[in-house]
Design a protein around this ligand. Structure first.
Ligand code: AMP
Ligand code: MG
Length: 373
């Protein structure tokens, strides 16, 4: 049996701004389900290899199983894919495609195919969630960050003024008339071919980590891996191919006590492929005058979304699980779960209440993933 516990990382910005990255998915384990014994015989266990590089400012875990010769190339390829996503889509990287769009003031931008794919997914999710998810939320994120540094909440007037630049309908994905990139791919233009408002800015931070995980998993599969697991900052996907008996277990951390396990999830059947993401206001937050605020903003009110301490989403892709986890944090229990019930393959658990009296709210398909005690 191999066991990987990804380390916790804290990022502390200046003054009152504390952005703490806890760990939603505390531990992951792979075991051969042989006669109820964890571990199995070393002789018939598939070869495995793990790396834990720092990507996007946080420690990732990449684990791959299969023929011994393919392990190192599969890991190298998977890691390169994740780095590439970061280079293109991070708002922390001033040279990324998105950062350049956000600062250059140009109305239109041609994007790489992968960035466009992620942006298109974000727009789709915005439409499905009535704007609870919104890639144009960045000016609000920055307003709250700047206010936190100043030690006071932004004023209603500041929030209202910033909200004018926020709204997913201010972005129009389409072919830029007559112009194509050298590789013939589509481009991005703000509606009308120019910015309707100069302040419109885009962040893919709520889904790019999930997409990076998907890219890494696909790279492992292409190299012929028979199993693998990729985790970064609470976003995880694992797979096992073929008629095997291996299963992954995923430990979901309590939102109230660091390192305390809330429950264990597992693949409902041997083999398979699924992603799990946990989002919560205990994982990343900032503080103003001693009060904690979620890093997730409700784009409809312009204020941090603090209703649900912990949201865990299971989905076929990590981008989907990542995006829904963020969206559900905004939507809350009733509206959120009602919407999840309509989504094929997406399941969710939301935890409210207190450590002493937690309340669990599940979508109907979530329970088979919960490992009985
Ligand atoms: P996650 O940790 O996946 O929930 O993503 C949160 C990050 O996405 C934040 O740090 C913001 O940059 C951005 N974000 C905040 N609120 C939203 C929202 N309502 N929709 C989309 N992205 C958001
Ligand atoms: Mg997310």
């Amino acid at each position: 049996m191999t066991d990987a516990t990804a380390p916790t990382r804290r990022r502390t910005a200046a003054l009152a701004l504390v952005l703490a990255i806890g760990l939603g998915l505390a531990a992951v384990a792979w075991w051969r389900n042989t006669g109820g014994r964890k571990g199995g015989d070393a002789g018939d266990a598939p070869a495995g290899q793990t790396i834990t590089p720092v990507i996007m400012g946080t420690t990732a875990t990449l684990k791959v199983f299969g023929e011994r010769d393919l392990l190192a190339p599969a890991l190298a390829d998977a890691r390169e894919r994740m780095d590439r996503v970061n280079q293109r889509m991070s708002t922390w990287n001033p040279d990324s495609e998105l950062s350049r769009f956000n600062t250059d003031g140009q109305p239109a931008l041609r994007l790489s195919q992968s960035t466009l794919e992620v942006l298109a997914f974000g727009q789709e999710l915005s439409a499905k969630t009535g704007g609870a998810f919104d890639v144009t939320v960045l000016p609000l994120v920055r307003l709250w960050q700047a206010s936190a540094k100043g030690g006071a909440e932004p004023t209603d007037e500041q929030i209202a003024a910033t909200l004018a630049d926020v709204g997913y309908t201010l972005i129009d994905l389409r072919q830029v008339g007559g112009e194509t990139r050298p590789d013939g791919g589509p481009g991005l233009a703000v509606r009308g071919g120019k910015r309707l408002r100069p302040g419109v800015q885009i962040t893919l931070d709520a889904i790019a980590k999930g997409y990076a995980v998907d890219e890494a998993v696909e790279a492992m599969k292409r190299k012929g891996a028979t199993g693998g697991l990729v985790e970064i900052g609470g976003d995880l996907r694992c797979f096992a191919t073929g008629p095997q008996r291996e299963r992954f277990r995923v430990h979901v951390q309590s939102p109230w006590a660091q390192g305390e396990r809330l429950m264990t999830l597992r693949m409902p059947a041997a083999g398979g492929d699924f992603a799990v993401c946990t989002s919560g206001n205990y994982r990343r937050y900032f503080e103003i005058a001693g009060r904690r605020y979620s890093h997730i903003i409700d784009p409809r009110t312009g204020r941090p979304a603090d209703a649900v301490p912990s949201v865990t989403v299971i989905a076929p892709t990590c981008m989907s699980a990542d995006g829904w986890a963020t969206a559900l944090s905004v939507l809350g229990v009733e509206e959120g779960l009602a919407l999840v019930e309509q989504q094929e393959g997406v399941e969710a658990m939301m935890v409210t209440g207190t450590r002493e009296a937690p309340q669990y709210h599940y979508s109907t398909g979530f329970k088979p993933f919960v490992q009985p005690d």
